[in-house]
Design a protein around this ligand. Structure first.
Ligand SMILES: Nc1ncnc2c1ncn2[C@@H]1O[C@H](COP(=O)(O)OP(=O)(O)OP(=O)(O)O)[C@@H](O)[C@H]1O
Length: 236
């Protein structure tokens, strides 16, 4: 197994409070992995730690690179479009991505923008929550990297579009790349997930293949997740 992501003994404190501790995780390439956890569990923080925009202690390696600068070359993550002015047009943001990331694939962006109904002339401030999320999905998946991070990408998108995007997302990923996606709509994303990672009590408590949950534990992913979160799952 070639590991795309390896996290060892990761710890992150904020204002003298443990946000994450003793986090261990290894993800192989070519997987779609659901990052699940309650509000405030630490999913966004974990993504920021992986990209290096938050700094904890421990070791994080992505495709052999362990420094934040090195990791950023292998990870695509659009952190809520922070840093872009509200009057910035979508087309300008795309140009910025194209200029900054050598691995940005404009052709793929155009296809995604068409699929997601994005209008390049629209300004950031005028975008609905759902359209903003679609833009984040398009920008994130247009880079050619090994690891894609999407943080609750579907929460503002209407249910019809959401189903369409979830069902199609795999086709925008390189075969050997891994997608780590956090979401609260567990049952909706479950069909595309190869594995789940659950964050609870400031650490990763479960990393399991969805096939194992369905075939050996005879549970659907949502039930397994809910029981685990309530502390009721026999986890052997
Ligand atoms: N900038 C910050 N300053 C202080 N505490 C923070 C900061 N960012 C996050 N936290 C705390 O870290 C914890 C984890 O937050 P995080 O946003 O990573 O959770 P999450 O699992 O992504 O939640 P959600 O599902 O609600 O998005 C929370 O307790 C939050 O209050």
């Amino acid at each position: 197994m070639t590991a795309i992501l390896t996290i060892e003994s990761l710890k992150y404190n904020r204002n003298q409070r443990h946000i994450l501790h003793d986090v261990q995780l290894t993800l192989a390439g070519g997987k779609v992995v659901g990052l699940l956890g309650a509000n405030g569990a630490g999913k966004t923080t974990l993504m920021r730690l992986i990209t290096g925009s938050a700094k904890g202690s421990g070791a994080i390696t992505v495709s052999g690179s362990s420094t934040p600068v090195g990791r950023k070359q292998h990870v695509s993550f659009t952190d809520h479009l922070k840093g872009f002015a509200p009057n910035q047009k979508i087309s300008r943001i795309e140009q910025f991505y194209d200029a900054v990331y050598p691995d940005f694939d404009s052709q793929r962006y155009q296809e995604l923008a068409q699929f997601l109904d994005l209008d390049g002339q629209q300004k950031l401030a005028a975008l609905s929550k759902g359209t903003r999320e679609k833009l984040i999905i398009a920008l994130t998946l247009s880079r050619q990297v090994d690891l894609y991070l999407l943080d609750e990408p579907f929460s503002g998108i209407d249910s019809m579009s959401r189903k369409k995007i979830i069902n199609s997302i795999i086709r925008w990923l390189p075969d050997t790349a891994t997608l780590l996606v956090s979401d609260h709509y567990v049952s909706e994303i479950a069909p595309i997930l190869d594995e789940i990672v659950v964050v609870k009590d400031q650490t990763i408590v479960v990393h399991e293949e969805t096939e194992t949950i369905r075939d050996q534990k005879h549970m659907d992913i949502e039930t397994y997740y809910e029981q685990l979160y309530e502390g009721g799952t026999d986890n052997d």
